[in-house]
Ligand binder design. Structure first.
Ligand code: SF4
Length: 234
């Protein structure tokens, strides 16, 4: 059995996404206590009134994230997937843009997480020479230039009504250079892709039973993306 890649689950903190008020309406003294009950299966996300339906779903997904995210092997050599733009759930011009690298492992993990929502996204795979984002930072393949090139070559700019990008938390150091020139505004997302359902909060809508995102949590299998992973726009 091969060595499994670090998916940085230990860097995700669900408590950050709960109200800091400890309002006790769930019957627990603190959010932290409630979270422990949730993990133990003795509480339900719906018990916290500060979470709407989508945030409760996001938390549910996060708590099951080990079932959602595939285990990926550490490989000796980088394995490059497609670069370019992929439409998730028929995005609109104002839909958010998630940026990541083009390692096959990264694509597999991010798409698995995105399969738990019907929310629309533009997904931009930057040519990191097949490096996962952590390795891309070491080998300097996740750069502002690489992101600009992917945005330009994929036609991303022409389909957007905004200029905002969300980059992986591990690539936070690229934010400043990426914003140089004033074209793009950059938000640093979570380090762990499994935290995306929490990060997007109310946006992380539950897939409907039919005709929306595919699913790792008991809904019907259906069309996950606007175009399959192998057909990202160049
Ligand atoms: S109801 Fe929600 S916000 Fe209030 S203490 Fe419980 S978990 Fe925290």
């Amino acid at each position: 059995m091969g060595l499994k890649a670090d998916l940085y689950l230990d860097r995700a903190d669900p408590l950050r996404y709960l109200s800091p008020l400890d309002c006790k309406q769930c019957g627990s003294s603190t959010c932290s206590q409630w979270l422990e009950k949730l993990k133990a299966g003795t509480a339900r996300p719906q018990d916290c009134p500060s979470l709407g339906a989508s945030r409760a779903h996001g938390l549910e997904v996060f708590l099951s994230i080990r079932e959602v995210m595939p285990e990926v092997d550490v490989t000796q050599h980088p394995m490059a997937g497609q670069t370019g733009r992929l439409e998730i759930n028929a995005p609109e011009p104002h839909s958010p843009v998630l940026v990541t690298g083009n390692a096959l492992q990264t694509q597999e993990v991010v798409l698995a997480v995105l399969s738990t929502t019907s929310a629309p996204f533009h997904l931009l795979f930057v040519d990191t020479k097949g490096h996962t984002v952590d390795m891309a930072m070491i080998y300097n393949t996740f750069t502002a230039e690489a992101v600009w090139k992917a945005a330009l070559d994929s036609g991303l700019e022409s389909v957007l009504s905004h200029r905002q990008l969300i980059i992986p938390g591990l690539a936070a150091s690229v934010k400043e250079s990426l914003e140089k020139g004033g074209k793009w505004q950059v938000t640093v997302g979570p380090i762990c892709a499994g935290e995306l359902p929490l990060f997007f909060g109310d946006r992380w809508t539950r897939p409907s039973q039919k005709g929306s995102a595919g699913c790792g949590l008991g809904c019907e299998e259906s069309d996950l993306t606007g175009s399959p992973p192998g057909k990202a726009r160049q």
